[in-house]
Design a protein around this ligand. Structure first.
Ligand SMILES: [Fe+2]
Length: 200
């Protein structure tokens, strides 16, 4: 059965409904839009087998769970940030979204978390693998690595992310390198210009 993919309007409405304040919306929704722009640029590089509409919805929704980590005062709980993926997945499930859409939330962190990562690092996640299993999930995960919601938000090059991920082990570097080879590197200069974020 074909997956019912939410429209851009529906997704933006969800962000507006769950964002605790304007600053959170601006941070998270803008990041999701940027990840979407990165993914679409990479898709244009020639990956016709991927479902472009599903990738778009996945990018725009992947961080919706971040809103659930803000407290009453509008502060983000950075200590629990790792949970944003499963929180987003659970939210979309509660709202009746198809599993193929909800999965983007729980399956985009880093270059994928294994059950072994969860156990060894005592991550605050239910036991299990959080890996990209479909091509669309892998592209959303990969595109997400090129922009970060730091203060101020910034674009990250493939070389920059490789340096960052090295601390998590050579297997993570290898996973990222395989994605670079598969999808290529996005041209971040135009996006950096359009959004006024630096490339670091
Ligand atoms: Fe993200």
């Amino acid at each position: 059965m074909p997956v019912t993919i939410p429209s851009d309007r529906q997704i933006r409405d969800l962000h507006e409904r769950y964002a605790p304040n304007q600053a959170a919306f601006d941070l998270v929704y803008t990041h999701c839009e940027i990840v979407c722009a990165v993914a679409e640029q990479l898709l244009d590089g020639g990956h016709p087998a991927l479902d472009a509409d599903l990738v778009r919805a996945g990018c725009l929704l992947h961080d919706i769970g971040v809103y659930r980590l803000y407290d009453q005062a509008g502060r983000l709980d950075h200590g629990e940030y790792m949970r944003h993926g499963v929180l987003g997945r659970d939210l979309l499930r509660e709202l009746g979204f198809p599993e193929q859409v909800a999965r983007f939330c729980a399956h985009h962190t880093g270059v994928g978390l294994t059950a072994d990562d969860v156990r060894r690092h005592a991550l605050p996640l239910p036991a299990g693998d959080y890996l990209a299993e479909t091509d669309e999930e892998e592209l959303v995960m990969y595109a997400d690595k090129f922009h970060t919601k730091t203060t101020p938000p910034a674009f990250v090059t493939a070389a920059g992310y490789t340096e960052y991920v090295r601390r998590f082990g050579p297997d993570k570097v290898a996973r990222f390198t395989a994605m670079v080879e598969r999808f290529g590197e996005p041209d971040l200069a135009g996006l950096a210009d359009r959004y006024g974020h630096l490339v670091v």
